[in-house]
Design a protein around this ligand. Structure first.
Ligand SMILES: [Zn+2]
Length: 211
């Protein structure tokens, strides 16, 4: 835990008017995004990928808990392990999942939805969607970010490969200690293949933008 919930609650009470400079440095990236908020809780864990230690991290406000604290960073770590096993080793030093209203991918950082209801209850569909979107957007690091295909011209290529790997990764959730307690539909491999081919066809037909 780099910034705990108690620290984030203290941070959000006050606002500095001073200037702060952050210098970001990244190798072999084709795009850039970042996120900042004094509301952010920040947790992190190390993942072993091909003998290298990668930081899996999440930024989220207290309103996203307990879902985000329980699952986001675990999902990032699982995605790095599964995608690296099935394709190539993740080359970047970090992968970050940021809580947001929708899903969008950038190198090393992505934005994902999924909050509990204000009364603290959790809609299973939201939770299911959150699991899928985090795996999916972290997965876009591999396709198209690292292989550097053109996601605007050939959307079907990265969405197709990524969605297929996303479903295979979802199947591994129930094999993890944290995933055993998560109620989740598991997409069977056959449905994963059918869904992926449907997505590729729709993407080519409608000339979709990245998602
Ligand atoms: Zn996508």
């Amino acid at each position: 835990m780099i910034v705990s919930q108690a620290e984030a609650i203290a941070n959000e009470k006050d606002k500095s008017t001073k200037k702060k400079t952050w210098i970001h440095k990244a190798q072999n990236v084709r795009d850039f995004a970042w996120a900042s908020s004094r509301k952010f809780i920040w947790d992190a864990m190390r993942v072993d990928v091909g003998g290298k230690k990668i930081w899996a991290m999440s930024y989220y406000p207290k309103e996203a808990n307990p879902l985000w604290g329980d699952y986001s960073t675990h999902l990032v770590a699982l995605t790095l392990k599964e995608y690296s096993k099935r394709t190539f080793d993740y080359p970047y030093p970090v992968a970050i999942s940021v809580e947001a209203s929708n899903g969008m991918e950038y190198p090393m950082i992505c934005y994902n939805y999924g909050r509990p209801n204000p009364d603290g209850t959790v809609n299973p569909r939201i939770k299911d969607g959150m699991f899928g979107v985090i795996i999916h957007e972290v997965g876009h690091n591999y396709f198209p970010m690292i292989v550097n295909s053109d996601e605007r011209q050939w959307t079907w290529m990265d969405e197709g490969l990524n969605t297929f790997l996303e479903y295979l990764t979802e199947l591994e959730i129930s094999n993890t200690p944290w995933g055993k307690k998560a109620i989740l539909r598991a997409t069977p491999p056959r449905a994963a293949i059918q869904n992926t081919s449907r997505l590729i066809c729709a993407s080519v037909r409608n000339n979709w933008c990245p998602l």
